[in-house]
Design a protein around this ligand. Structure first.
Ligand code: 8DG
Ligand code: CA
Ligand code: CA
Length: 332
């Protein structure tokens, strides 16, 4: 997940969304309460999707995911122009340090708390304690400033062209889709999410090294051509690392998926994650279970059946009777 996600300011409720997201991140990072984090983000997403300015907590409560507590905060903000809860969060040293440390790629809330308790409370302190950092955290620290910057769409378009060129020079049957916020049409993204498949590789391929071989060959070629500069991790199905075409480093993820699971994978990795949650919930209500690999019918005993044949993202929407949404309509 990228570290900073501000709702766009063309949203008439953006100030409400901003404080809800700030409280949500505090709940996740400091209190480690992922449920509250999700609840605040869901409320912010409903407010962001609302076309007009909300003028009271009571009005806000009519929106999905907005309950009494959040309605009260909206009233307080409307009446006083601020929120005591936000003031308290911003004054709290623990909270400030943990928020800062979790901005480093590879440092999650638990690790940030651990560092904080061992006296590491700044980027400078991380620099002085490199021996305590994992390989991923060292890369996060090395590119701390660069990774804070959003990636303009035009730069991802250039990277996409390069990746397509290199990968098709290996074999022009590879299918490549850049997913994430880029596919949802966003003007800027936190990182680059590349999804790749090849018709020779399916979920019934018994040789598990097939995907690893494809992925390693692709990564090696991108390294050779100086597009990839660092590797955070390279497993059988996923590469996490760094790429660069300008004077700034960018986070790059590459995943390889079986050909028959490609559409479930593009759907999942296109997100948004809130959209995914809603779609999965809808699937369940209609007797299906959906994940990044496949769509299955739930039997009467609660045991999922065999993966259903899927030849497009539209198929998935059709099966579960959910109105089709283009990627740009999935920005929940
Ligand atoms: P961004 O990078 O511009 O900040 O936004 P993003 O592209 O939407 O987010 P991402 O963190 O790169 O994740 C890519 C997609 O992966 C996301 O849109 C939906 C899917 N996804 C989930 N849950 C999760 C999760 O818990 N972690 C991550 N990293 N991805 C998730 O549905
Ligand atoms: Ca992304
Ligand atoms: Ca990503």
């Amino acid at each position: 997940m990228s570290k900073r996600k501000a709702p766009s300011s063309d949203n008439p409720n953006h100030d409400f969304c901003e404080f809800l997201i700030e409280i949500g991140e505090y709940e996740r990072n400091v209190n480690r309460n992922i449920h509250k984090y999700n609840a605040y983000r869901k409320a912010a997403s409903s407010l962001a999707a609302h076309p007009t300015r909300i003028t009271s907590g009571k009005e806000a409560k009519k929106l999905e995911g907005v309950g009494q507590k959040i309605a009260e905060k909206i009233d307080e903000f409307i009446n006083t122009g601020k929120l005591r809860k936000i003031d308290k969060i911003r004054e709290d040293d623990t909270s400030n340090v943990i928020s800062l440390l979790t901005r480093v790629s590879g440092i999650g809330p638990a690790k940030a708390q651990e560092f904080f308790h061992s006296g590491i409370n700044s980027i400078e302190e991380l620099e002085k304690n490199k021996s305590k950092l994992s390989h991923h955290q060292l890369i996060g620290l090395k590119y701390f400033k660069d990774f804070e910057e959003k990636i303009p769409r035009s730069e991802i378009e250039e990277i996409e062209k390069l990746v397509r060129g290199y990968v098709s020079s290996l074999d022009n049957s590879y299918l490549i889709t850049i997913c994430g916020s880029y596919r949802r049409g966003k003007a800027e993204s936190g990182d680059i999410d590349v999804l790749i498949t090849h018709p020779s590789f399916t979920s019934s391929t018994t040789d598990k090294d097939v995907s690893t071989r494809h992925l390693k060959k692709i990564v090696a070629l991108l390294e050779k051509n100086k597009l990839i500069t660092d590797t955070i991790s390279l497993g059988g199905v996923k590469f996490m690392g760094v790429c660069r075409i300008k004077d700034i480093a960018r986070r790059l993820d590459i995943r390889i998926t079986p050909h028959d699971q490609y559409h479930c994978a593009t759907l999942y990795f296109t997100g948004s994650d809130i959209f995914n949650k809603e779609m999965r919930a809808h699937a369940l209500q209609n007797g299906f279970t959906l994940n990044e690999y496949c769509l299955r019918r739930m039997g009467s005993t609660g045991v999922p059946g065999e993966p259903l044949p899927v030849s497009s993202e539209e198929d998935i929407f059709d099966y579960i009777n959910y109105p089709y949404k283009t990627p740009t309509e999935r920005n929940l």
